[in-house]
Design a protein around this ligand. Structure first.
Ligand code: HOZ
Length: 440
């Protein structure tokens, strides 16, 4: 059993309720967690067990309050326990929790997604981002009759077998080079290129002429920290896909409805053929979706033969949560300006705080996604992210946590802002960062 106090001096975590829960959890749950990054394995120390959250704040089992920069890895755009969403769920739950039969609400959510995100004629609900990406690749293969696809090193598209090749997020955090259980037969069809390296993509396409079904990408990467696409990179990918009849899939699990009402497609003005969504469209409930042009989506069963299904897909509680969040976002465009202003304020403040002590760092940000990489040079791909001083990030993380700032417990994850953050919260975060670089 992993002891909570390996590596650093975590004496302040001794005998906390969280440390006791972690010990207990490990007796019944592998590693004590239901998703690996949460275990704090790379940053060290004991995972914080959360009791509740409201607005911009998380409250742990020991009664500590934290300013939250995970926001459930994206969906809490308006903060936790957003009242209209909570009330809508409460009302809906009286009508039962699942039917396994169609509802009008599913149509309303699909119509709302179509109205907000570009290039979506048809959309299919699933239960997670993993399912959405897995289904989108199957569809691209069924539609094109080709087997191979290109993904980018350090991008993470969920934990379905074909994506666990040079993946980011927990796979990078735990430094897993090859995932046991993913067969060579599956992995052979996954081609990888460095993010932002268009020549590598061109070479893969040329070497596998007529064999590539899809290129899948997080248009703004969030699973190797936040990494932005360089000028022209996404447009050239678009052009290559059009020319070679390859399906361009934007994984907008993190960026969808966050960077703008229409996600990265709208913000960066690039059209994708298929788009995948995740947690955001459930307002934090387990939901995902994939959608795109009719010509491609029309191949999904029961219209076409590309099979995809799920009893809990379109679940009424998840749908009412998503509908309430998306409708608010659609009707209140000012939210996106506010998020941009808060992101810019935080970025500026962090620059001032971090510069003072002469440490090398880079801040990557787009809207409400931001990362501090402790690096001398720019961070444009996974190799750059892996070469950062991530040991220092781990210490920085704990210093921030001690000051009540909850960052993702891995250098390979983006931070997410919610609009519930006040400027006072941002100032506290900036002061904590200054203290952290000064003292660790
Ligand atoms: N892989 C997720 C973020 N990129 C972490 C999920 C979680 O632990 O909840």
């Amino acid at each position: 059993m992993r002891q909570p106090f390996e590596g650093f001096n975590f004496s302040f975590q001794v005998n906390t309720k969280s440390s006791q829960l972690f010990e207990r959890a490990q007796r019944s749950i592998p590693g004590g967690v239901n998703s690996p990054v949460r275990a704090f394995k790379s940053v060290g120390g004991t995972p914080i067990f959360i009791k509740k959250a409201e607005g911009a704040y998380l409250y742990d089992e020991d009664g500590n309050r934290y300013i939250d920069y995970i926001n459930s890895w994206g969906p809490m755009i308006l903060g936790h326990a957003y009242r209209p969403l909570v009330e809508a769920i409460k009302e809906k739950v009286n009508d039962s929790t699942s039917f396994g039969a169609p509802t009008e609400l599913e149509i309303k959510v699909a119509e709302l997604i179509k109205a907000m995100a570009p290039n979506i004629d048809l959309v299919r609900m699933v239960n997670s981002g993993t399912e959405a990406c897995m289904s989108a690749i199957r569809l691209a293969r069924g539609y094109t009759g080709r087997n191979k696809f290109i993904k980018f090193e350090g991008c993470y598209h969920g934990h379905a077998d074909p994506f666990l090749v040079k993946a980011g997020s927990g796979v990078a955090t735990l430094e897993i080079q090859a995932v046991p259980g993913v067969t060579e037969g599956v992995a052979i069809d996954t081609l990888t290129a460095p993010f932002n390296d268009i020549n590598a993509v061109k070479k893969l396409v040329a070497d596998n002429q007529g064999e590539i079904a899809a290129i899948i990408i997080e248009p703004v990467a969030g699973n190797m920290g936040c990494i932005l696409p360089g000028p022209g990179f996404l447009q050239t990918l678009r052009d290559i896909c059009t020319q070679e009849k390859i399906v361009l899939i934007f994984d907008e699990v993190m960026t969808g409805f966050r960077l703008s009402p229409g996600g990265a497609q709208e913000k960066l003005k690039i059209d994708a053929d298929l788009v995948t969504f995740g947690k955001v469209i459930g307002g934090g409930m387990p939901v995902g979706a994939f959608g795109g042009k009719k010509e491609i989506m029309g191949n999904i069963a029961p219209v076409g033969k590309v099979y995809q299904a799920g009893t809990l897909s379109g679940n009424p509680i998840a749908m009412i949560a998503g509908f309430t969040l998306l409708e608010t976002l659609k009707n209140t465009p000012a939210i996106y300006n506010e998020l941009e202003e808060k992101g810019a304020y935080l970025e500026k403040g962090l620059h001032t705080a971090l510069k003072k002590f002469g440490r090398d760092y880079v801040i990557n940000r787009m809207g409400s996604m931001i990362s501090v990489h402790f690096s001398k040079g720019p961070v444009k791909n996974f190799d750059d992210a892996a070469a950062c001083d991530n040991q220092f990030f781990n210490k920085f993380f704990h210093a921030m946590l001690k000051s009540g700032i909850y960052l993702p417990p891995s250098a390979f994850e983006s931070w997410f802002l919610s609009n519930a953050l006040s400027y006072g919260d941002l100032d506290k975060t900036i002061s904590a960062a200054e203290k952290a670089v000064h003292t660790v």
